[in-house]
Design a protein around this ligand. Structure first.
Ligand SMILES: Cc1cc2nc3c(=O)[nH]c(=O)nc-3n(C[C@H](O)[C@H](O)[C@H](O)COP(=O)(O)OP(=O)(O)OC[C@H]3O[C@@H](n4cnc5c(N)ncnc54)[C@H](O)[C@@H]3O)c2cc1C
Length: 420
């Protein structure tokens, strides 16, 4: 279905030499489009976007708010259809690319279109990682990645009472909180000994678990499911210690897997994701990749901010082949609010042999701050409950400032350190 835009040029001009094709229309592809049309020398006569989903690009981050009943579907749209028309961008929703033909420089789509390209951008994002255990294909086993998943979760929450969420990372906790706020009794299973183990240290994770438990979530850490049980619909989760948990819904939120099938089938170099250089170019000079489907060096991405930085760089590269713009993976801070509890984390989260910890904790307010210092430089910050100084700590980490003049005040934040 083409929802917006029209071909700006007669088909006589539809040569493969001036057509940008974008495969995937998620948050990063949309940012790329916005940056491209803002560039003075936008060189493409046609921009054609194919998307697997049936809705135009939307704010995926807000799916958590939608699940919790705090946002409406309409409020998620990133642009209205008039915007695509205004910029002559052809968007084909619900028509995924099924193959890339590199020699012919064309892509095929599910509806049977053959679209030539001069430049191709792959922005296919990720999907929920599979658990690799029996029962994953039962009804009532749902990922938490897109609008379809979220609609399904809302629907099930209106008909059933019990849910198990597999994964105590930020996606799993947001799913759990959303379902709890819709009246479900929710159990969270997490393999690691503490929640949010990528963002928090054990104390931070335990504080968060206590706060969530006091709001009614049941949390089991250090445990993994070994099977999902049921005939056609899921009825129970079996754990590695033989425990059975009865349930009507299982949400699988145990990580993400980059969507690289197309790129692999086309013979592009892939590792965990599609390998790109700092200009976001793949092993084929006419093909680029951005967002969660790409890998720069050893690094893959699971947050939107690095994808936005990549979109910025790629817009410049596509508009000016001599551009020196380059994507530098940076230390990205994570700022979350789980059930109203603010969390901030940046840089190193666990101490090692070379780091010292500066810790401050207020048991009454459940505020917690752990700062990691190496050679009088801040290398990591974990904050729970009170996070307003997070961006300031993040700047200190990125700039590798010498903190010795105000080290004694470090845990109290910027105002105290400035005064010192
Ligand atoms: C519930 C939830 C909450 C989140 N919260 C946060 C947060 O608080 N902070 C944060 O930084 N990040 C958050 N994220 C992650 C963030 O949404 C992603 O980092 C971001 O969306 C990645 O953008 P992307 O464009 O690379 O991929 P996506 O947004 O996933 O878009 C990829 C698109 O490509 C489509 N596609 C796939 N294959 C094909 C194909 N063959 N042909 C055509 N189209 C295809 C997909 O259907 C999808 O629409 C959250 C994610 C979820 C699911």
């Amino acid at each position: 279905m083409t929802i917006a835009g029209h071909a700006p040029f007669d088909t006589l001009f539809d040569t493969p030499f001036d057509t940008l094709v974008i495969c995937g229309h998620g948050m990063v592809a949309q940012r790329l489009l916005e940056r491209l049309v803002a560039q003075p020398g936008q060189p493409f006569r046609r921009i054609v976007v194919f998307n697997g989903e049936t809705s135009p690009a939307y704010n995926r981050i807000q799916l958590s708010a939608l699940l919790a009943g705090d946002a409406s579907e309409d409020s998620l749209a990133l642009q209205q259809s008039a915007w695509y028309r205004q910029h002559n961008i052809e968007v084909h929703q619900g028509d995924p690319v099924t193959a890339i033909h590199r020699e012919a420089k064309t892509v095929s789509t599910a509806s049977g279109q053959e679209q030539p390209y001069s430049h191709l951008v792959i922005a296919t994002g990720s999907r929920s990682a599979q658990l690799g255990i029996s029962g994953e294909d039962l009804d009532g086993v749902v990922g938490f990645r897109d609008l379809q998943d979220t609609r399904k979760l809302i629907d099930i929450s209106q008909r059933h009472r019990r849910a198990v969420v597999i994964g105590g990372g930020f996606l799993g906790l947001e799913a759990a909180e959303g379902l709890r706020s819709r009246g479900m009794a929710v159990t969270v299973l997490h393999r690691s000994p503490h929640l949010l183990n990528r963002q928090l240290d054990p104390t931070g994770g335990t504080l968060l678990a206590d706060a969530l438990a006091s709001r009614g979530l049941s949390i089991r850490t250090g445990t993994s499911p070994v099977a999902l049980l049921g005939k056609t619909s899921v009825r129970a989760v079996q754990l590695d210690d033989e425990t059975l948990i009865s349930t009507d819904l299982v949400v699988v939120a145990a990580g993400i897997t980059p969507n690289i099938r197309l790129a692999k089938a086309a013979g592009l170099v892939c590792d965990r994701a599609i390998a790109v250089d700092q200009r976001l170019q793949t092993s084929d000079p006419a093909i680029y990749a951005v967002g969660e489907c790409c890998q720069v060096g050893e690094q893959t991405f699971g947050l939107v901010e690095p994808g936005y930085q990549q979109a910025e760089v790629l817009a410049q590269v596509l508009c000016d082949n001599t551009s020196t713009a380059a994507f530098e993976p940076a230390v990205i801070a994570t700022r979350l609010k789980i059930s109203g509890i603010p969390i901030f984390s940046c840089g190193q989260t666990q101490p090692d042999g070379d780091t010292e910890s500066v810790i401050w904790q207020d048991h009454e307010t459940r505020h917690y701050c752990r700062l990691l210092v190496r050679d009088q430089r801040l290398t990591g910050a974990v904050l729970v409950g009170e996070t307003s100084d997070g961006p300031w700590y993040s700047e200190r980490i990125q700039q590798a400032d010498d903190i010795s003049p105000y080290r004694a005040h470090l845990a109290f934040g910027k105002p105290y350190c400035d005064a010192a």
